[in-house]
Write a protein that binds this ligand. Sequence first.
Ligand code: MG
Length: 250
Amino acid sequence: MIVVKNAAELQKIRKACEISARVLRLAGEKVADGMSTWELNRIIGEFIHRHGAKPSFLNYRGFKGNACISVNHELIHGVPSKKRILRNGDIVSVDVGAHLDGWHGDNAATFKVGEVSETAERLLRVTEESLFAAIKFALPGSRIGDISNAVQTYCESRGFYVVKEYIGHGIGRELHEAPDIPNFGKPGKGPRLTAGMTLCIEPMVNQSTPKTKVLNDNWTVVEANGNLCAHFEHTIAITEGQPIILTKLD
Ligand code: MG
């Protein structure tokens, strides 16, 4: 069942989303050559706690981190580590949520460490643009398939591959709620959108294959060929008019 939120509930989700967005921006400002993903994780946790919230992902199904931090060929669910040192030329995906007053916000972005390859630049740009291409379809009366298809078409027509095993989701009192929001699909299919739905749209895009593998730590999901991948995510609210991007800062 898709839970539709009223105005007061949306206001609470908005606050959780604002903390999520601000900590993601902070993470992007802090990434630097020589920094461990552990240190980045510490900065993220400190910010979230200082703003009266809790990291949504910490201990979620046993996850040991305030955020998922995934480097280069790692797509999602990277576990922060003192041994994982960021280097110039890396790309690093940070996926972070804040839990405030009973409500969750969730967002992700892939950041550059120093100067990165042309391929990395292009992958990041296309993945982020696909998110905004999809949000254009987040209108009352549209279907989830319209969003899914927008991501898929945008990325595949530019030579990249959308991941099929991991998908976006509804959000609210739970971090993951109905509906599922795949990054592939057919327009006109799937649940119909109505005002008051809150959704996490999150393109996960690979350089050379749609396939992924899970590493031996049972968390880290990687591009199956070991090439680059990117991840961008916003929490949005469906309204009677244009969608509100709750995790976008002005
Ligand atoms: Mg998410």
